[in-house]
Design a binder for this molecule. Structure first.
Ligand code: ATP
Length: 280
């Protein structure tokens, strides 16, 4: 972590979480704490919006470089296939990063997995040890604690990716009870300076995106597999609630397909609107 601090700057002390923690986020503080790869990112913080992904997707035609948009309150966050992502002001970290690639949309295959690796490795530095669920979730002890949604758009010969991330810092009991699955909050993250956390995440994402643009998923696949939540465990791949494949979860290959050992041999599943679930 030491690389994130300019040498003259004191490390902010951990402080007790309070509901106003994310209110202290400022673009200036985040930018000041970022490593070089993230210095060209235009960092913005808004009080409230519907969806940071939707805002950045709408802003793409006017963007000349990467932009990070953080919302202290995101009212209508999105997951895959239009599913909702719930967040609460002061209890969640919600942000999106728009990043341009020189290559076309096909080059973005596997990006959610590289983002997952980057988030998990960075959060571990702050004491939040999560595992990865293919293709786009971060789990704490089997419960969903953060999600990733990547949207994209062609841009001439190149492409834009808008990487949306929602992290549960300290969801209240009512919100947790209202969700249709077991969820978790990453308590250690709620106890640290949010500008420092955001700068660490943005720096790691920018460094990853530079590497991904050159080499694709290959450098990240083994790292993903080390963090795999269901390695060696019984799982099912579902489509519209119906099991397409059942077997033992293996991990991902170098293009991001999920490998599952079934009675009929090893199957490689492409991410689409399919869901991975553990089996009892
Ligand atoms: P898959 O399991 O196929 O990856 P998913 O059901 O996890 O898909 P996503 O699009 O990844 O779907 O995420 C949206 C889902 O996440 C919602 O339908 C809801 O079940 C759950 N969810 C919503 N808000 C939160 C939250 N703050 N924390 C944890 N889970 C949430």
């Amino acid at each position: 972590m030491s690389g994130i601090f300019p040498c003259c700057m004191a490390v902010p002390k951990a402080s007790r979480y309070n509901a106003g923690m994310t209110a202290l986020l400022t673009p200036e503080q985040i930018a000041a704490l970022c490593r070089p790869a993230a210095q060209r990112v235009d960092v913005r913080v808004v009080e409230e919006t519907g969806s940071t992904n939707a805002d950045l997707m709408a802003a793409l035609p006017g963007l000349t470089g990467p932009r990070l948009l953080i919302a202290r309150h995101q009212r209508a966050g999105r997951g895959r296939a239009g599913r909702p992502w719930q967040s609460r002001p002061g209890q969640s970290l919600t942000f999106s990063l728009a990043w341009k690639f020189e290559r076309g949309l096909q080059a973005l295959v596997g990006l959610p997995l590289a983002v997952g690796v980057t988030l998990a490795e960075t959060l571990a530095l702050f004491g939040a040890e999560v595992r990865l669920k293919w293709p786009n979730d971060l789990l704490l002890e089997g419960r969903k604690a953060a999600g990733i949604l990547i949207e994209s758009a062609a841009a001439g010969p190149g492409s834009w990716a808008v990487i949306g991330i929602g992290i549960n810092l300290a969801l209240d009991e009512e919100t947790v009870a209202g969700l249709d699955r077991p969820v978790a909050s990453l308590a250690p993250l709620a106890a640290i300076d949010q500008n420092l956390l955001m700068a660490a995440l943005l720096s790691a994402l920018a460094e990853m995106l530079e590497e991904f643009a050159q080499q694709g998923l290959a450098p990240f696949a083994a790292r993903w597999n080390r963090l795999h939540a269901y390695a060696g465990q019984p799982v099912a791949i579902l489509e519209n609630g119906r099991a397409l494949h059942e077997g033992i979860g293996v991990g991902v290959d170098e293009v991001g397909r999920f490998l599952i050992d079934t009675g009929a041999g090893r199957v490689a599943v492409m991410a689409g609107d399919v869901s991975l679930r553990p089996k009892e």
